[in-house]
Ligand binder design. Structure first.
Ligand code: DHB
Ligand code: FE
Length: 286
C-alpha cells in the first residue's frame, strides 16, 4: 500500500503489467531476421518443445492449463514482466558474450525503463517525495572511464529504481512521474555523486499469472534490492546494467537470474546513510 496525499492506492500486477505492455507496444519493434534464420530458429524451438513434452509426457490437462495461462498472461498485460524475469538474462548474456567486451558488465533492463528522465548535475539528488527522504539515504558515487582509466566527462548515467514499497514511478498509480528516475551527467573528470534512497528487496508483481506460475512450481517472486542503470557516452558502447548490495537478501537467488558478481556493491554505513562506490568502464563502440 502506498499513501498519496489523502488517497490510498493499492497497486496490482494488473496495473504494472498493463503499463509495461502499453509502453512496449507504443514503440513497435522489428528485426531484419532472414527467412532462413527464422526457419532454423522455429525448427529448433519446436524440437525443444517436442523434447520436453515427450520427456515429461505432458497430459491434455496440462496442455489446456498452458493455453489458459498464456491467454491470461496476455490479458493481464504480463508478457513484458514474465519474459524479462525468465528469459531476458539469457538474451543479455548471449549478446554480451558475442563481443570481446572487457568494460562494466551488463544485466537485464527489465520492464520499467523510461527514456528522457530529467537531467541532474554530477553531484545531484534524485527526484524524491518526502516519504522517500525519510528512508535510509544512499550516496552513490564513482567515475565513468574508458578502458585505460581516462575519465569520460559528460557521460550520462540514467538511474531508475523502486521506492521502499517496491513500486516504480510511471508503472504504479499515485507516484510523481519522474520519482526516483534521473539522468546524471558526469563532471569533466567523469565523476558522479548522487543522493538517493537505499532500495529494498523487490517482489515482482505476483498477484497475476506470473505469480500463479511461480506458485505452481514452489518458487518465490523476489529480486534482491537493485539499482537500474544505463550508462552512455558518444563513441562508447552503452551499457544497461543493474547493481546489487553485498550480503543483501536474494542476491544469491534472484528470481530473474540477473546478478553477476562484478555488479555487487560493497556498502559502507555512515552517520548520514549508506555509501557505495562504483567505477563504470565503457568499451569503445564497435
Ligand atoms: C521485473 C521487474 C524488475 O524491477 C526488474 O528489475 C526485472 C524484472 C519484472 O517484474 O518483470
Ligand atoms: Fe527492477
Amino acid at each position: 500500500m502506498t499513501s498519496v496525499e489523502n488517497q490510498t492506492v493499492d497497486p496490482t500486477a494488473h496495473d504494472s503489467g498493463n503499463k509495461a505492455t502499453e509502453k512496449f507496444k507504443a514503440n513497435r519493434v522489428s528485426s531484419d531476421t532472414s527467412k532462413e534464420r527464422a526457419n532454423a530458429i522455429y525448427t529448433d524451438l519446436l524440437a525443444a518443445i517436442a523434447e520436453v513434452a515427450h520427456k515429461h509426457e505432458i497430459t491434455y490437462e496440462e496442455y489446456a492449463v498452458l493455453k489458459q495461462w498464456m491467454i491470461d498472461v496476455g490479458e493481464y498485460g504480463e508478457w513484458p514482466l514474465w519474459l524479462d524475469v525468465f528469459v531476458e538474462h539469457e538474451i543479455e548474456e548471449i549478446n554480451y558474450n558475442r563481443h570481446d567486451y572487457t568494460g562494466t558488465k551488463g544485466s537485464i533492463e527489465g520492464p520499467y525503463y523510461v527514456e528522457n528522465s530529467p537531467k541532474l548535475p554530477w553531484d545531484g539528488e534524485m527526484p524524491m517525495r518526502d516519504k522517500d527522504k525519510a528512508c535510509t539515504p544512499l550516496i552513490f558515487e564513482g567515475q565513468v572511464t574508458d578502458l585505460d582509466g581516462n575519465g569520460l566527462g559528460g557521460a550520462e548515467i540514467e538511474l531508475w529504481h523502486a521506492d521502499e514499497d517496491g513500486f516504480y514511478s510511471q508503472f504504479a498509480p499515485g507516484i510523481p512521474e519522474w520519482n526516483l528516475r534521473g539522468t546524471i551527467v558526469t563532471d569533466e573528470e567523469g565523476r558522479y555523486k548522487i543522493k538517493t534512497l537505499q532500495p529494498a528487496p523487490y517482489q515482482i508483481p505476483h498477484d497475476g499469472p506470473t505469480g500463479w506460475f511461480i506458485e505452481s512450481y514452489g518458487g518465490h517472486p523476489w529480486r534482491p534490492a537493485h539499482l537500474h542503470l544505463r550508462v552512455s557516452h558518444p563513441g562508447y558502447r552503452t551499457i544497461t546494467t543493474q547493481l546489487y548490495f553485498e550480503g543483501g537478501d536474494y542476491v544469491e537467488n534472484d528470481v530473474a537470474t540477473a546478478v553477476k558478481p562484478e555488479l555487487v556493491l560493497h556498502p559502507e554505513a555512515t552517520g548520514d546513510g549508506n555509501h557505495v562506490h562504483y567505477p563504470f568502464v565503457l568499451d569503445k563502440e564497435n
